[in-house]
Design a protein around this ligand. Sequence first.
Ligand code: IPM
Ligand code: MN
Length: 370
Amino acid sequence: MTPHKLLLLPGDGIGPEVMAEVKRLIGWLDAEGILRFEIEEGLVGGSSYDADKVSITDATMAKALAADAVLFGAVGGPKWDPVPYDVRPEAGLLRLRKELQLFANLRPAICYPALAEASSLKPDVVEGLDIMIVRELTGGVYFGEPKTITDLGNGQKRAIDTQVYDTYEIERIARVAFELARKRRNKVTSMEKNNVMKSGVLWKEVVGAVHKREYPDVTLEHQLADSGGMQLVRWPKQFDVIVTDNLFGDMLSDIAAMLTGSLGMLPSASLGETDARTGTRKALYEPVHGSAPDIAGQGKANPIAMLASFGMALRYSFDRGDLADRLDQAIAGALAKGLRTADLAAAGATVVSTAEMGEAILKEMQALTA
Ligand code: IPM
Ligand code: MN
């Protein structure tokens, strides 16, 4: 069995704690001979800045480019608020996304049965929820130029961010959404603001054209992104796959996270184009939650989003959908037994630590494998 080359970038805050639970699982898979891994680890974000004065070094970038998959924890924290903009912690993540050309960000929001009560929404609104947000990740206002703050010299400054999309960028993300929908409930909802933004006009036009030309069998709906956000909290089960741009996707996926009980539940996969020759694609897997500096180092973090992100690596990079399904079942099993990290616990419930949750999920995994 050729080992899978994994680069682990735990990052800052709770990143290392939740990554430790993935290492526990990987160690077991490897020891059992279920999967073999060749593992490297590197610094990213504030921890990289502290060591090397950059948010990611060229050497670590090279390792990321050579890896079969990158597992990413989280970056950022108030400690690095004063550092120059170009080397702020988030810049490391954005460089990884851009240089690995990870244009497709998959953010599944699944409400495990045991957690319907943990959501801030009514249980019947979220029970059984299973939606997929497909966020464009290498374009739009995150990367558009010009991106500047200019001193106008009259006591005023002007800040500019540029929202820009070319046809090919919209086409390829639309295809990812339609392909996923075909394996799910066959419906795509595209969200933009064509009533205000030219990029929204082009987005709607191109998604519509790809649909008509290549995926007429899939149901396509268009929604304005603001009303889409409202619909997400009103009746989220109307959605199957949502496709949207980089900035709207950032916001809508945080909203979707709360439907699942906690931001600590949402995994993500960032994927590049499949290489026609090798059939492989660059990929980075990360939880949607951030570095949560307020609880870092206390064993309070929920490791499920990080573990489920590894599950997405099993599915999308290592072609082991069977193991990914088993891991999902193991997570559901630990939750069904009543285990809750602090973010999920109702008042009065017993709260387990990051490591206790990780151990319990591994135990479930072992029982499902025996
Ligand atoms: C996310 C995060 C990032 C983003 C930050 C950390 C740059 O919020 O992955 O959703 O805005 O994309
Ligand atoms: Mn975000």
